[in-house]
Design a protein around this ligand. Structure first.
Ligand code: ATP
Ligand code: SF4
Ligand code: MG
Length: 371
């Protein structure tokens, strides 16, 4: 984490709701986070958890009659939510740039890649066309596209998937933004290209000193490149920590699920990958109490009534979690999961009724036990 005390981006109690024919979709429900200059924040969560809406709102791209937004998004002393469309356009693509989840929304199929890059540059700079073209070639080279003098005059369809992704990164970097938001920048790519693109973003970040928000459903993607991680569930942040802490001592049952469901290099070969049971909830009729409760193996009756707040973990103020279990119980469950014990068995640590009903298997296991 940076020691610079002033965040570049400071989001406080952001709420975004959409009015639809089916009801009000609470897509983002009171989230707060900040990004220090030059650092990387990973935002992780399943499909529909509000990751894209969060960043589209930062860019002013969710405004509309059916959208209601509250909270503040401070960027260099200005609240982006209060800026006019024109003021936002000055910031977008210039000081804050985004690599969109949908590649088609960034590269137009009918125009040459170089022309699109030049247009982005000229939208914010008073350069000549020739200078913009030269800069486009430099940018293609910067993002590792071979033979940029030739490629600059090609159309997007002449680029491979990985090359198109690189061209989109070049487009986002055209005006040297202070903040780059990368929404699932590698999802459509094969594993080797994914790794190259992530390495490229990390390298360019170091070189250009920009801050990065990287959005993904896969914790593995951000493990190497994020300084901090915010885990989102049903429009909220349910856990937020320094990346090392999050992997070493995750606190939220949903984060445990995410960790168990991704292949990681250090996952032992014999350890099974377990998908998180159930489906993400409706954001129109959200579950009562803890929104994760219908899918949580450690739920007890009161968790169905009480909505947990995101609060610091005892003894670790930088690590926040929204879970009603006592910290000591969470720590014991995580130790058990790491040792390969199934959630059904560990449930008795969290739920007294489950403990009473279960046969009296001792915990922790006696020496020479199965763990
Ligand atoms: N314009 C809109 N009108 C109504 N609902 C919307 C709108 N945009 C997004 N939503 C809903 O808001 C919720 C959050 O969407 P969002 O796109 O942020 O999810 P996400 O976390 O980015 O998911 P994914 O991983 O699939 O990209 C979803 O339920 C989505 O259907
Ligand atoms: S509060 Fe209860 S239901 Fe919610 S995540 Fe924690 S243990 Fe699970
Ligand atoms: Mg998304």
């Amino acid at each position: 984490m940076s020691t610079d005390a002033t965040p570049l981006l400071d989001v406080t109690d952001l709420r975004v709701a959409f009015t639809t024919d089916d009801g009000i979709v609470h897509a983002v429900d009171g989230i707060s986070y900040s990004v220090m200059p030059g650092t990387t924040l990973g935002i992780v969560g399943e499909s529909g958890s509000g990751k894209s809406v969060t960043s589209l709102t930062t860019m002013g791209l969710t405004r509309g009659r059916s959208t209601s937004v509250s909270g503040t998004i401070m960027f260099e002393g200005r609240d982006l939510l209060t800026l006019s469309g024109d003021e936002l356009r000055q910031i977008r693509g210039n000081e804050i740039a985004m690599i969109f989840q949908d590649p088609l929304s960034s590269l137009h199929p009918f125009y040459k890649v170089g022309a699109q890059l030049s247009e982005t540059i000229l939208a914010h700079r008073n350069d000549s066309k020739a200078a913009a073209r030269d800069r486009s070639i430099d940018l293609l080279e910067l993002v590792g596209i071979p033979d940029p003098h030739r490629r600059v005059d090609q159309y997007p369809h002449e680029f491979s998937g990985g090359m198109r992704q690189r061209a989109m990164i070049a487009m986002a970097l055209a005006n040297e933004p202070k903040l780059l938001i990368a929404d699932e920048p590698t999802t459509a790519l094969d594993v080797t290209v994914q790794a190259q693109i992530l390495a490229l973003i990390a390298e360019l970040q170091g070189r250009l000193g920009m801050a990065v928000i990287i959005i993904t459903h896969d914790l593995g993607v951000v493990a190497e490149i994020a300084d901090e991680i915010a885990v989102m569930y049903a429009g909220r942040i349910v856990e937020h920590a320094d990346t090392k802490r999050l992997f070493a001592a995750p606190e939220h049952p949903y984060t445990w699920g995410l960790l168990k469901s991704i292949p990681r290099l250090d996952t032992p070969r014999n350890e099974e990958l377990v998908p998180i049971q159930g489906r993400p909830p409706s954001l129109i009729n959200r579950p009562t109490g803890c929104h994760f409760h219908p899918r949580c193996p450690y739920v007890s009756e009161e968790h169905k009534r009480i909505d947990p707040k995101l609060e610091p973990v005892p003894g670790d103020p930088e690590h926040q979690v929204a879970c009603l279990l006592p910290a000591s119980v969470r720590a014991e469950i995580w130790r058990g999961l790491k040792a390969g014990r199934p959630a059904e068995e560990l449930r008795r640590l969290a739920v007294p009724e489950a403990a009473a009903a279960a046969s009296a298997t001792p915990w922790p296991p006696a020496e020479g036990g199965a763990a």
